[in-house]
Design a protein around this ligand. Structure first.
Ligand SMILES: [Zn+2]
Length: 127
């Protein structure tokens, strides 16, 4: 029973790995055939187009499986205290709505609705 639970827990991680492995195989196959077609293009120039399509597809898959999310924006879960505290724009001192807060690469940012100024919110709000 314990083993089954463990296996279920690990499933999402395994799925990601399978996709990466399958992607890597697809890339290898695409590059292999891409090269074959590139060599074959010596006899038929039209094959160069097939070769290019295969190589580009391979590059796209390689990019897709190796990429990391560059910018992660998710909603900030504000504590009651943070919500209650009025955020002030350092540029025009207007109060900024807490719903305007975005987390960009782990740093909370707020955008002023009045002057459009984007500023970093310090972890300890000053009030
Ligand atoms: Zn402002």
């Amino acid at each position: 029973m314990k083993g089954k639970v463990k296996l279920l827990d690990a499933t999402p991680h395994i799925n990601v790995k399978i996709i990466t492995v399958l992607g890597a195989i697809a890339v290898a196959v695409l590059f292999f055939f891409g090269l074959i077609f590139a060599i074959a293009a010596a006899y038929n120039p039209l094959r160069l187009l097939t070769s290019a399509v295969l190589l580009i597809t391979g590059i796209v898959i390689a990019y897709y499986i190796t990429r990391k999310p560059k910018t992660v924006i998710h909603q900030l879960e504000l504590s009651g205290q943070m919500k209650a505290a009025a955020l002030k724009c350092p540029n025009c001192s207007a109060s900024v709505d807490a719903t305007q807060i975005k987390i960009v690469q782990g740093v909370p940012y707020a955008t002023c609705a009045y002057c459009g100024n984007t500023f970093e919110i310090t972890e300890e709000p000053k009030w």
